[in-house]
Design a protein around this ligand. Structure first.
Ligand code: MF3
Ligand code: CO
Ligand code: CO
Length: 272
């Protein structure tokens, strides 16, 4: 996800929104499938004791073996293939030596670039061993929030309809939606217009059109929505240290809804 516009040096909100053709859909299918397969591949490796750096290495080798590139390695000095965000980390967790532990929940986010320059961007939640019921519930709420957001995507609907569908559901579950990061247009550009806010008012904002490509990637907290960025300049954590979860699809607007480019070919988007 990307920083919402007021904190972003290169404002995206005013930029024109690309409309893609059949060739774009084909490119995104290839990119989205590889990103999804990378997250499928990681599943069995997400176990107590594995370091997030080891998972990063597995993902990098998988992507390079498939003649694609990890988009984040070259992105604004980030330097890794994955973002791995455990527990109270909201997003942009940097892989490191710390092992995952029984009971952790962790988001793993990957973006690949395939031939032609198309970006496949997706993330899922992984449950490490047995997790507490409230952690599992947060993850379930987050997946349902993404479903509700995607259900609002069709030509003629507005961006605010997506945000409202997510926000109204999440808050009814007594969780909160993170405001500081948003989804984004995606295609040959990693983070393009439009910004996809995960909160909003029905009927507000830009009208969706067939051929728009973007991510929906709600971040949901058990506690309050506020985040802070750690001294490494990337890691975003909840200010109140409450648990946070996220999941993400890259989609294209079709005549009657949307196509999910990053669906798992083996049905493992829901990893648990
Ligand atoms: N994949 C993230 C997204 O969903 C972006 C990560 S940027 C990075 O948009 F530099 F932190 F990797
Ligand atoms: Co994204
Ligand atoms: Co992502």
């Amino acid at each position: 996800m990307s920083l919402a516009d007021d904190t972003l040096p290169l404002a995206r909100a005013g930029r024109r929104i690309p409309i893609h053709d059949a060739e774009g859909f084909e490119g995104m299918r290839v990119a989205g499938r590889l990103a999804a397969q990378c997250l499928d591949m990681l599943g069995p490796h997400v176990k107590p004791g594995v370091s997030t750096l080891e998972l990063d290495r597995l993902a990098r080798e998988f992507i390079l073996d498939h003649k694609a590139l990890p988009a984040c390695i070259f992105y604004r000095g980030y330097g890794h293939t994955l973002c791995i965000s455990p527990n109270h980390v909201v997003c942009h967790g940097i892989p490191g030596d710390r092992p995952l532990r029984e009971g952790d929940i962790a988001n793993i986010d990957v973006t690949v670039i395939v031939e032609g320059g198309w970006h496949g961007d997706t993330s899922r939640m992984y449950l490490v061993g047995e997790v507490a019921p409230r952690a599992r519930r947060l993850v379930e709420v987050t997946y349902e929030a993404l479903e509700r957001g995607l259900a609002a995507v069709r030509p003629g609907a507005r961006l605010g309809d997506i945000g409202h569908a997510i926000q109204s559901y999440v808050e009814a579950q007594r969780c909160s939606v993170v405001r500081d990061f948003c989804g984004h247009g995606v295609g040959k550009v990693f983070h393009d217009a439009p910004e996809i806010l995960h909160y909003g008012r029905p009927g507000a904002g830009v009208e969706l059109r067939e051929g728009m490509f973007f991510t929906v990637e709600p971040m949901v907290n058990l506690g309050r929505p506020q985040v802070k960025i750690l001294a490494d300049g990337w890691t975003a954590v909840t200010r109140d240290k409450s648990l946070s979860a996220q999941c993400e699809h890259s989609v294209g607007v079709t005549a009657d809804g949307c196509e999910r480019f990053t669906e798992s070919p083996t049905g493992q988007f829901k990893t648990f």
